[in-house]
Ligand binder design. Structure first.
Ligand code: SF4
Length: 291
């Protein structure tokens, strides 16, 4: 895969401070746009300001991000807060095979003892196992995979550029050998497609087998361009469900009764497999230890 299909750009800063203080308050995105091309991608809106309508094909690469990151991390003002790597794009999408920017970023995080969160739909992250292992021994690092279904045919339709779900589970299991906090994000649970008891049971079962620290579920949310892209996809691939989705998604979130019923199932299965949903407690404990 050559670099020519990618658009190289310069960034002025690497770390963006978030308005909302989540468990993290800084975001770092090497790439804008994401080749994984998930049909439910919440981040499609973030491409508009780049003047592109093609979120999964027009991929922008911040090729000077390493220099900019070092400037920020080496500044006397840096308080070693948690950095979310890849808030609006996957840092281990295929472009990363070519640009290899993540290893340099991890080296800087190690040098400046900066905690981080990485969520990915690719096992390319295993390439950087040694660096993540090293980082996990000096500060908090969270490695998460988003996995929505065990049905590979369906997975290819809804996340065409991501790697197989089984490979993502294997990746999580491998990172359990480090000191990283490891989690499964079952996000989004898509009504009619991935919300069956059987699918959620299988995902939780595999999460248990992979020995993850926690499982975080979330329902599908459809706003702005994501709504249009998702409804076009349903019309094309599951036309019989189109009207059902319209009825369920009168607004951005699913109908309240639907969500209540779904979370009963989720909670039942979480108890069945004794899986935690909390990643903030171990995070606070570890950060306290290294203060
Ligand atoms: S991996 Fe994440 S950022 Fe990339 S297309 Fe899928 S949902 Fe969007």
């Amino acid at each position: 895969m050559g670099a020519r299909k990618y658009k190289e750009i310069n960034c002025e800063i690497a770390l963006n401070q978030l308005k909302r203080r989540m468990p993290y308050s800084w975001d770092l995105n090497i790439y804008r746009g994401c080749e994984h091309g998930c049909k439910y991608c919440f981040a499609i809106y973030s491409h508009e300001y780049l003047g592109s309508d093609n979120y999964c094909k027009d991929i922008y690469v911040k090729t000077n991000i390493i220099e900019q990151l070092e400037k920020q991390l080496s500044s006397g003002n840096w308080k070693r807060e948690i950095v979310n790597i890849g808030g609006v794009s996957d840092s281990y999408q295929p472009a990363e095979e070519h640009y290899k920017l993540m290893p340099e970023i991890l080296r800087l995080l190690i040098k400046y003892q900066t905690p981080a969160i990485i969520s990915t739909k690719s096992d390319l992250i295993l390439r950087d196992y040694d660096l993540i292992n090293e980082l996990s021994r000096i500060t908090y690092i969270n490695i998460a995979a988003t996995i929505t279904t065990v049905d590979e045919e369906l997975r290819k339709l809804i996340e065409p550029g991501g790697v197989e779900s089984n490979r993502r589970f294997k990746m999580l299991k491998t990172f359990r050998e480090t000191n990283a906090s490891v989690g499964l994000h079952v996000m989004p649970i898509i009504p009619y497609l991935t919300d069956s008891f059987k699918n959620i049971d299988s995902l939780f079962n595999k999460a248990k087998e992979s020995n993850v620290h926690y499982v975080l579920p979330g329902t599908l949310y459809l706003r702005g361009k994501t709504r249009r892209v998702f409804f076009d996809f349903i019309k094309k691939e599951f036309s019989g469900l189109y009207n059902h989705f319209l009825a369920l998604y009168k607004t951005g979130g699913a109908d309240k009764d639907y969500k209540n019923t779904l979370y009963k199932t989720v909670n039942l299965l979480r108890d069945k497999y004794s899986l935690s949903s909390s990643y903030s407690k171990p995070m606070k404990e570890k950060l306290k230890k290294i203060e």
